[in-house]
Ligand binder design. Structure first.
Ligand SMILES: Cc1ncc(COP(=O)(O)O)c(C=O)c1O
Length: 896
């Protein structure tokens, strides 16, 4: 025990996968020993490796660990090997619950494998399994009896099965919740020793800013608050033998689900734990849809495939029915009655499901959308912005935003993201540029026209904003600014404490908490005194501005493609809202929903949104942790592999984010000497932070253009990636990825690298020179990325001098009059003549090349030489809005 306490437990991120590896190692070391090829010492060392982390897991648990140790000590190598193999299998396949049942059935008189004292029936295999953390003051010798006592509460009526994990200190409770994703609820006493029994310096560094406790005792309420900050989905129960009535009466006590007077009602506690998990498990719409599918229903309306009769009775399309299965058709309906509720006007189970989603994602409201985030964005823009309002927006935002402005008449004020020219991509928009735009509008007395700041978080390539800082500083200039954060890619970020603070809802929550704290006014007033009555713009740009909490109206909207990062069917999307003024915009929000939503929303899609929420509330933490772990493994393997790294490289944080935006000095997750405390500091402080799951894999070094490489991976190796740039592809790890996927990717990269090596060896000087020239062209002769130029004066009739917004809708619809448009081929000399001598070239429509995927031209934009040169160098096939046979579509501006 003592030597255990000197081992570090703070490398918690990789611990989960390292644990599986360690168990595999224990099993194989035991097997070797059983085969006469090893000894007990190697086994004991391997067991020592997992000793501490196992304290934070219920499976295999202290008894089985003891049994294993005894088998090893008694020299029973085969018995030990068999037991270790089963434990290892259960951990690797994440099927601990089945193993627990298995262990029960094989129980001997001595119960060497016994984990459960009560009889589990076969059907309990089906029950979802989780673990409950108990923080206890009892001496460790009493723990087995305590575990027995808790296990005896189990009943065949229980919907779920859980196992207790016991810890004795505050820090160990936090550690357990971080390293063990199976923990689904926590029971804590209200007074406990603070310090871990084990060495955990990095953990302390992370905890210290949250809890100012150096040593001594800590309170259960503090623990509840910290655990909620780490994993908000957890149910926390407080056992107190003091003044429970007083604690229970505290109106601000939101982190504790229920308070019990000591352990006087153990069965009630057990039932509460199950009820808490059941509340997350409940999926109102999906549950109801399943019931609906079982009912014998005659349909006399549209949707002939509902109930499947038109499909299964047909000899010609029956294969579709067989392919998808009967349930799909039984669960189809065009009715909104019969308990199915209406997505457009939800009052029943869809409303309830949306409320649950709001709870899960930390929002005040959630709206399900069945046409993708493309639609969610248009809904939010239309709901909140009226014609003529200015929206400060990143030009790299998804096209749905730009089309939203066209439809709603908003005037976009494009702000530029920092360029990553070498990789032909943009990063994110520096806060300085946003503040500069707001200050310019203020100087012109036009701040009242600015309605919204619209940004993508994270960007396609993984840049995450310091959402809290951006919102606070903008609110200091304009206290009622609305924020739309397009988190299409990063909805799952809510489920990781390492990403959540950078999400819209995570930051909004932090700002709300700060606003409630009286210290916020003091902080604001102190800064006002320092700035004086008339600070210059330079001073305001240099200062990290604090908003006036008494004036702020926090209005935050987040859209996410639930289908992109969680288990929703394609097009499943959500809008999350925290808007202090929502009551004033609710009717226009509804109008926007009515405008864009289909009146025939797909029921399976709605159900999948409901289920995706359930999954994330119950296992999201572990799934996202897995996605991050997989990403770190891929990053490390590619960049350190002697052969792969000759031709490929995954860009690290310092290559994706220029140093001026990394004030913490963070270089990369895998930089030697970087601890998780450094990662957390970077996540808290830096202007931009890289989502590790989004990996830019440079393939130009291997002579591949991004799109070609993407095609090669798909066609020859069954590997699908999404975005490409001139010299890179984006590899993304997600909640579905496994380490087999990592292995497959690496094998493929090894194979390609080996092929290149062989080809180059055989190519001779000319071949090598040709290869090097190609690499140089891809990696160094890269086109400059053109910034947004400006709208033509014809569309800036109500704009100011200092900013570039314009009436994009006016320009867009001008192009509907064909006589007012002209086409000029891109390579024609007329373009150059016009660039030199005028009249100005004004784009009639959006031109969006894929890659890079942002609008290189928008309606009404003046086309500059930089844009033309970029277009001419662009060697991509897919350019939306540009027909090579006709040329660039221009507005004949002299006719306006
Ligand atoms: C940043 C961003 N927002 C929105 C969307 C559109 O989302 P959806 O595909 O769910 O319509 C995308 C699609 O790729 C995107 O990248």
């Amino acid at each position: 025990m003592l030597e255990d306490r000197t081992r570090r437990i703070d490398q918690f991120f990789l611990l989960n996968s390292a644990r599986a590896d360690s168990w595999r190692n224990i099993a194989s070391t035991l097997r070797r020993w059983a085969e006469g090829r090893g000894d007990a010492k190697a086994v004991q060392t391997a067991l020592g490796e997992v000793a501490i982390i196992e304290r934070f897991h219920a499976f295999p648990g202290p008894r089985t660990m003891q049994s294993l140790t005894k088998l090893v000590e008694s020299g029973d190598a085969s018995g030990g090997a068999a037991l270790a193999h089963r434990i290892s299998e259960a951990i690797v396949t994440e099927d601990e619950s089945a193993e627990i049942v298995e262990a029960r059935t094989n129980e001997t008189n001595e119960r060497p494998l016994s984990l459960l004292p009560t009889i589990l029936s076969g059907s309990q295999r089906e029950r979802p399994y989780f673990e409950t953390l108990f923080v206890t003051e009892q001496a460790t010798e009493r723990w087995p009896a305590l575990i027995d006592q808790l296990q005896r509460l189990r009943r065949s009526e229980d919907q779920f099965v859980y196992e207790p994990v016991l810890v004795g200190t505050f820090e160990d409770a936090v550690c357990a919740v971080l390293v063990n994703p199976r923990i689904g609820s926590v029971v804590t006493i209200d007074d406990m020793p603070y310090s871990s029994w084990y060495q955990a310096p990095a953990l302390r560094e992370i905890l210290d800013p949250i809890v100012s406790q150096e040593g001594g005792q800590a309170s259960g309420l503090d623990l509840a608050n910290v655990l909620k900050a780490v994993r908000p989905e957890l149910d926390i129960y407080l056992l107190s033998d003091r003044d429970v009535e007083k604690i229970a009466g505290d109106a601000n006590l939101t982190s504790v689900r229920r308070i019990f007077y000591a352990v006087e009602e153990l069965l009630e506690l057990h039932l509460s734990i199950l009820e808490g998990v059941a509340a997350r498990y409940e999926t109102p719409f999906f549950d109801n849809l399943k019931r609906y599918a079982q009912r014998p229903i005659g349909t006399f309306h549209a949707l002939p495939i509902a109930r499947g009769k038109s499909v299964f009775r047909s000899a010609w399309i029956r294969d579709m029915g067989e392919f998808y299965g009967l349930n799909l058709f039984l669960a189809e309906s065009s009715a909104t009655t019969g308990g199915l509720d209406s997505l457009l006007e939800p009052t029943g189970n869809i409303k309830k499901s949306q409320d649950y989603a709001a709870r899960a994602f930390g929002a005040d409201r959630a709206f399900f959308v069945t046409n993708g985030t493309s639609t969610s964005n248009k809904m939010v823009v239309q709901a909140l912005v009226k014609p003529g309002d200015i929206v400060i927006v990143d030009r790299n935002c998804h096209k749905s935003h730009h089309y939203g402005f066209v439809l709603g008449g908003a005037q976009p004020l494009y702000v530029e993201a920092f360029p990553l020219t070498q990789y032909s991509m943009y990063g994110a928009v520096p806060l300085d540029s946003i503040k500069t735009a707001l200050l310019a509008l203020r100087a012109e007395g036009r701040l009242d026209r600015v309605r919204m700041l619209d940004l993508t978080n994270c960007t396609f390539d993984g840049h995450m904003y310091n959402t809290r800082r951006v919102m606070e500083e903008c609110l200091a200039i304009k206290p009622d600014l609305i924020f739309l954060w397009d988190e299409a890619w990063s909805g799952f970020a809510h489920w990781s404490p390492f990403l959540r603070p950078r999400t819209a809802m995570g930051a909004a929550d932090a700002i709300e908490t700060w606003m409630r704290d009286p210290v916020s006014v003091t902080e604001f007033e102190r800064q006002q005194d320092q700035l004086g009555s008339n600070p210059s713009d330079d001073d305001l740009l240099r200062t990290r501005l604090i908003p006036d909490p008494r004036k702020v109206k926090l209005r935050v909207y987040q859209t996410n493609s639930t289908h992109k990062s969680m288990s929703a069917i394609r097009q499943g999307s959500m809008i999350l809202v925290k808007d202090a003024e929502f009551a004033n915009v609710e009717s226009q929000f509804k109008e926007a929903v009515f405008t864009h939503a289909s009146t025939s929303p797909n029921l399976q899609l709605i159900a999948s949104l409901d289920v995706a929420r359930r999954q994330m509330e119950l296992e999201g933490y572990g799934l996202v942790m897995n996605a991050i772990t997989i990403a770190l493994k891929i990053r490390e393997a590619v960049n350190t592999h002697p052969l792969i790294s000759k031709y490929f490289r995954i860009l690290n944080a310092s290559e994706m984010i220029p140093s001026q935006f990394r004030s913490s000095g963070f270089v990369d997750f895998l930089e030697p000497g970087t601890s998780w405390a450094d990662v957390v500091r970077a996540m808290r402080e830096d202007e931009f932070y890289l989502d590790p799951t989004r990996m830019t894999l440079v393939c130009g070094m291997a002579g591949f253009e991004g799109t070609t490489f993407k095609g090669l991976l798909a066609q020859n190796f069954n590997i699908q990636v999404n975005k490409t740039s001139r010299n890179s592809v984006l590899v993304q790890s997600n909640i579905n990825n496994t380490r087999s996927d990592v292995a497959h990717l690496l094998r493929v990269l090894v194979g390609i690298s080996k092929g290149l090596d062989d080809d180059l060896k055989a190519a001779g000087t000319n071949g090598v020179n040709a290869f090097n020239a190609r690499v140089k062209s891809l990696m160094h002769d890269v086109p400059e990325l053109p910034n947004f130029s400006r709208f033509h004066e014809a569309f800036r009739y109500d704009s100011g001098e200092l900013t570039t917004e314009g009436d994009m809708r006016g320009a867009f619809f001008s192009a509907y009059v064909e006589d007012d448009c002209e086409y000029i081929p891109l390579n024609s000399s007329i373009i150059d003549t016009r660039l030199n001598a005028g009249p100005e070239l004004v784009s009639a429509n959006f031109v969006i090349p894929y890659p890079p995927g942002f609008p290189i031209m928008v309606p009404g934009q003046v086309i500059t030489r930089a844009i033309v040169e970029f277009m001419r160098k662009l060697d991509v096939k897919e350019i939306h809005g540009y027909e090579a046979s006709k040329g660039v579509k221009l507005l004949k501006i002299d006719q306006f």
